[in-house]
Write a protein that binds this ligand. Sequence first.
Ligand SMILES: [Zn+2]
Length: 202
Amino acid sequence: MVLPKSFLALVNEIEKLPGIGSKTAFRLALHLLLSSDSNISNLAKAITDAKNNIRICHICGNLAESDDLCEICKDPRRNQSVICVVETIQDLVAIERTDHYKGLYHVLGGLISPVENIDENDINLDLLIKRTKEKNIKEIIYAVPRSLEADATFIMMKQRLRDSNIDVKLTRFATGLPVGGHIDYVDSITLIQSFDNRVSVE
Ligand SMILES: [Zn+2]
């Protein structure tokens, strides 16, 4: 290759980011190199600060500053009796962007998948059961688009709630979301409709 080794090393690191192909990595690396020194040091500092300061909220699994709770768990104006269960933090962010839902969240951080050897112990389910019981939660909205894994996780969640004698209303998005899709790809109007048209699961 006719390019300097350290430039290629930078391209290589950028290419490891999700959704970045080699051409984009090359373009971004070039852009960074041609940026001012202050822009570069600000970016490097933001990455380091975020890595050092951001933790996972020990109540819901969202991102939080240091050892604190996340902004949603800290906010007394949120409806404290409803939990929306999502697969990932990106899904939580997508729902927050609609500015429609005002309850709490629970991030599972994965779904049960026998094929990939992911069972209930690999996802953040225990805390959800504990929270639902202790905080007297009235409704759990399962906001995971349908798939084999989503269904397996839902059944396990339902079973665990039942085993713990927890009386909570379970609701699920009925239609509108792509099967096996991700919430963060869904437009806001569809997402709002999914919330409003959710159905009770017995
Ligand atoms: Zn939280």
